[in-house]
Design a protein around this ligand. Structure first.
Ligand SMILES: Cc1cc2nc3c(=O)[nH]c(=O)nc-3n(C[C@H](O)[C@H](O)[C@H](O)COP(=O)(O)O)c2cc1C
Length: 365
């Protein structure tokens, strides 16, 4: 029998402009089902099935052709893409849900196949570890083009444009993807940023691009509709930082006056495939310093989520893989019901199998 105060997960939470009926968010999950980068009816069905989430954070969504780099992923830079998203957000709202779009620029881990043969871009010409998901299968990453200052300014403008398009597309807000080895994270961490100008070197300089993006996005819409995701110790694609605790302490402090809707930190509580099991967890350090709504993610289940909130280590929890397999996850967690198991083979495969066919509780056997 549980000795926890189970209710903590099911209390309402106001995060900026987002009124959440409980504290179980849907983590951003790339599922690669878009049609030529345009959201479609199948995606609308998938997200609508998950409308009972406190907040749906969409799969990562490219802000520009330059920011794109994952076959089957959606984007938000064209009118057709906005129209496709509008169908998704209308359906989610009709089902009583709330949804933000995760704004994505992949930086150095895009591929020339997506860039008309040109190099992908990054803060420094440093090769990422691993392979890109191209239309013709996985291919090794390439050394990126080092962004010039005018090119950086253009990308910041692209974030503002994408934010305005997100509003047009009917989203409730945006989440800036500052995690997982993509462009913003590449600027933040010194393993991928060895610039000698004002965007590199000190932690203050490496945080400059993030702050410029936040300013552009919040000016284009509003801070209380803007969340930020970071992943201080994620070590995929060769990401690392020589001193993540001092870097992300600094990030937490400079975020405080900005009044964002929430800060979302992805860092597994368990040793995992993606996150470095040897690094000390940075999440508690950030939580201590950050004044706003704090969302934790990474390996949580019902018990560990409740324990985390009880101890005051976060205000809410984002669930990833459990939401893939359980469209009605909040109800299941509320009732302490059994969960469907996700099938990793269908995470990125086309079509409805392993996407919209996980049963809800009523129809589960
Ligand atoms: C299939 C899959 C796709 C993912 N796509 C994204 C994404 O688009 N954006 C992002 O920030 N994280 C992404 N992640 C990471 C998840 O949001 C989450 O941080 C991770 O799964 C750990 O949480 P969990 O243990 O609750 O699943 C993805 C993870 C998986 C398994």
């Amino acid at each position: 029998m549980s000795t926890h105060d189970d209710d903590v997960l099911f209390q309402p939470l106001q995060a900026g402009a987002f009124q959440m009926p409980h504290r179980i968010l849907m983590s951003p999950l790339t599922r690669a089902r878009a049609t030529d980068r345009i959201p479609n009816d199948l995606m609308a069905e998938y997200y609508t099935q998950r409308a009972s989430a406190a907040l749906i954070i969409s799969e990562a969504t490219a802000i520009s052709p330059q920011g794109f780099g994952w076959h089957g992923a959606p984007a938000i830079y064209s009118d057709d893409q906005v129209a496709g998203w509008r169908k998704v957000t209308d359906a989610v709202h009709n089902a009583g849900g709330r949804m933000v779009v995760q704004l994505w620029h992949m930086g150095r881990v895009s591929h020339p196949d997506y860039q008309d043969g040109k190099l992908p871009v990054g803060p420094s010409p440093i090769l990422a570890a691993g392979e890109a998901h191209t239309p013709t299968g996985k291919k090794p990453y390439v050394v990126p083009h080092e962004l010039t200052k005018p090119e950086i300014r253009k990308i910041v403008e692209d974030y503002a444009t994408a934010t305005r398009r997100a509003r047009d597309a009917g989203f409730d807000g945006v989440e800036i993807h500052g995690a997982n080895g993509y462009l913003i994270d590449e600027f933040l961490r010194d393993g991928s940023n060895q610039r000698t100008d004002e965007y590199g070197g000190s932690k203050e300089n490496r945080t400059r691009f993030l702050l410029e993006v936040i300013e552009a996005v919040t000016d284009a819409w509003s801070a209380d509709r803007t969340g930020l995701r970071i992943s201080p110790t994620m070590n995929g694609t060769g990401m690392f930082d020589s001193d993540p605790i001092s870097l992300f302490r600094y990030v937490a402090e400079v975020l405080n006056p900005l009044g964002l809707a929430y800060l979302h930190v992805a860092e597994s509580i368990r040793p995992g495939r993606i996150y470095n099991p040897d690094a000390p967890r940075v999440t508690p350090e950030i939580r201590k310093l950050y004044d706003g709504v704090f969302i934790a993610n990474g390996g949580y289940d019902r018990d560990t989520a409740i324990a985390c909130l009880e101890r005051g280590e976060a205000d809410a929890i984002a669930f990833g893989q459990k939401f893939i397999a359980n469209p009605d996850l909040p109800q299941r967690l509320m009732q302490d019901a059994s969960l469907n198991e996700p099938n990793p083979d269908t995470y990125y495969s086309p079509g409805p199998v392993g996407y919209t066919d996980y049963p809800a509780l009523e129809s589960a056997v």
